[in-house]
Design a protein around this ligand. Structure first.
Ligand SMILES: Nc1nc2c(ncn2[C@@H]2O[C@H](COP(=O)(O)OP(=O)(O)OP(=O)(O)O)[C@@H](O)[C@H]2O)c(=O)[nH]1
Ligand SMILES: [Mg+2]
Length: 281
């Protein structure tokens, strides 16, 4: 389980809303949270703490959820540099809460969010402004990500980090598949609405939605693969074999014959099947 923490307005609920709906509009129009929120798919869970000052120092929250958390993601509005001091003070409190209630090997993830804003700082600049380097960094095995609701690649990267799936080679698998099939973009979906990995030209969430719609129709009719044209994009979709959750590969504007694309995709799906149990542990 991952716990999302951060100041009010950092973007925690936006990330959850985006993952749940694939809607950037909905994600950009969230309200301040007054309660704990949750995102869940199969055994993957994110618990989101409210960020307002009067709620985020409520110790019972930490006592209840930190013993269960293998990851704590600190979401920071990377464009709001005036509040980084406040984030630093909050981290000092979090440090005490981890010490008191956290798992020994808890991983801390610094999410430098809202990277689309012109004055946003990257995580490399933010890290030393919040943590004590090298002390905290040595202690916590900190992972970092630059993210934005407007950047689907960054959302995939965040998902892989939260699954502890960064060293498994999923990115390599998808990049390779894209090259082999001479596609403009390749995507791998696994249970989440948002792809867990993607490579090539950035395609928007409208394509992700079409792929999901296509796949649910495909399955109804017993097809395992399909080629469709949507707004000028040639899309090849192939479903993984059964099991819990949905595994789907999608290629955009592929440059090989359909049966060649099908062969490469089917090999990639087999390779992914071997990594999969490491992702949903
Ligand atoms: N430019 C930009 N704005 C974003 C992004 N993500 C979120 N926002 C904006 O930030 C606002 C606040 O985000 P929330 O997710 O509601 O903030 P929160 O961390 O849940 O805050 P609390 O609920 O008070 O703890 C959103 O309503 C969006 O308008 C992003 O990636 N880029
Ligand atoms: Mg919120």
């Amino acid at each position: 389980m991952t716990v999302f923490v951060g100041l009010d307005y950092a973007g925690k609920t936006s990330i959850k809303t985006y993952l749940e709906t694939l809607s950037v509009d909905a994600a950009m129009n969230t309200r301040m949270s007054n309660n704990v929120e949750a995102y869940a798919r199969r055994n993957f869970r994110i618990i989101i703490f409210p960020g307002q000052q009067k709620l985020r120092y409520y110790e019972l929250l930490y006592e209840r959820f930190f013993p269960l958390a293998s990851r704590i993601a600190l979401v920071v509005d990377a464009a709001d540099t005036k509040r980084l001091g406040e984030v630093r003070r909050y981290w000092q409190f979090l440090f005490r809460m981890i010490d008191k209630y956290g798992k020994k090997k808890v991983q801390v993830v610094l999410v430098a969010h809202k990277q689309d804003l012109p004055n946003a700082l990257g995580w490399r600049e933010i890290l030393p402004k919040i943590f004590d380097v090298p002390f905290d960094v040595g202690l916590f095995n900190i992972r970092c990500a630059d993210t934005s609701i407007f950047d689907p690649q960054s959302m995939s990267t965040l998902l892989r980090i939260l699954h502890g799936a960064t060293g498994l080679g999923i990115e390599g698998l998808i990049t390779n598949l894209r090259r082999l099939t001479k596609s403009e973009a390749a995507m791998l979906f696994d249970t989440h609405l948002h792809p867990i990995a993607m490579s090539g030209t950035t395609v928007g969430s409208e394509i992700f939605r079409r792929v999901h719609a296509l796949v649910s129709d495909l399955r109804k009719h017993g097809f395992e693969a399909f080629v469709g044209v949507f707004r000028g994009y040639h899309i090849f979709v192939m479903c993984g074999e059964g099991g819990e959750g949905d595994v789907v590969l999608a290629l955009v504007n592929f440059g090989v014959k359909v049966n060649t694309a099908a062969e490469f995709c089917s090999t990639a799906l087999k390779q992914y099947a071997r990594m999969r149990n490491r992702i949903w542990t």
